[in-house]
Design a protein around this ligand. Structure first.
Ligand code: RB5
Length: 151
C-alpha cells in the first residue's frame, strides 16, 4: 500500500507525526511537500496538487491536513474523480472508505491531537470499500459528477 500526503503550514507538525506513524507500520508514504516547490502555496494549491496526482495516477489512498481539514476537502473535491472527506472521529474515518469509497482523508491539525489523528488514519486505512448497498449511491455520485463537469 502506498499513501501520499501533504499539508499546509498550519499542519506541518501533524503531517510529520502521521508520516512517522505510517513508516513505523511499514507503509510506504510519499510526502509531496508542495511548499518545497512553491513556498508561498496555501491550502488550495497544496490540496489541488495532491488531488491532481490522485486523479492522474488513479491513486486510492491520500491524506491532506490543514488547520481544520475543511479547505483541503473542498479543493480536493473540485478535481474530477476525486472524493475527499474531513474526519475527526474513528467511525467517520471507517465509513469514509467503507461506504463512500473516498480516496482522500482530510483532517484539521487545530482540531485533533496527534494520537487521535493516528487512530483515525489507522481506521481509514484498515477499512475497505464494502460495495453492496453503498455501490449504487457511490455510482450515482460519479454520474452526477460527470454531469456537473460537462462543459
Ligand atoms: C490556515 O490557512 C487555515 O485557514 C487552513 O489551514 C485551513 O484550516 C483551511 O481550511
Amino acid at each position: 500500500m502506498k499513501v501520499i500526503i501533504d499539508a499546509d503550514d498550519a499542519a506541518f507538525g501533524l503531517k510529520r507525526v502521521v508520516v512517522d506513524h505510517l513508516k513505523s507500520k511499514g507503509i510506504e508514504v510519499v510526502d509531496l511537500d508542495y511548499n518545497s516547490v512553491k513556498p508561498d502555496a496555501t491550502y488550495p494549491e497544496v490540496g489541488y496538487n495532491l488531488a491532481k496526482k490522485v486523479r492522474d495516477e488513479r491513486l486510492d489512498r491520500a491524506i491532506l491536513i490543514c488547520g481544520t481539514g475543511l479547505g483541503m476537502a473542498m479543493i480536493a473535491n473540485k478535481v474530477e474523480g476525486v472524493f475527499a472527506g474531513v474526519c475527526h472521529d474513528v467511525y467517520s474515518a471507517e465509513r469514509l472508505r467503507a461506504s463512500n469509497n473516498a480516496q482522500v482523508l482530510t483532517m484539521g491539525a487545530r482540531v485533533v491531537g496527534d494520537e487521535l489523528a493516528k487512530t483515525i488514519v489507522d481506521a481509514w486505512l484498515e477499512a475497505e470499500y464494502q460495495g453492496g448497498r453503498s455501490a449504487q449511491k457511490v455510482d450515482t455520485m460519479h454520474n452526477l459528477e460527470k454531469e456537473s463537469f460537462k462543459k
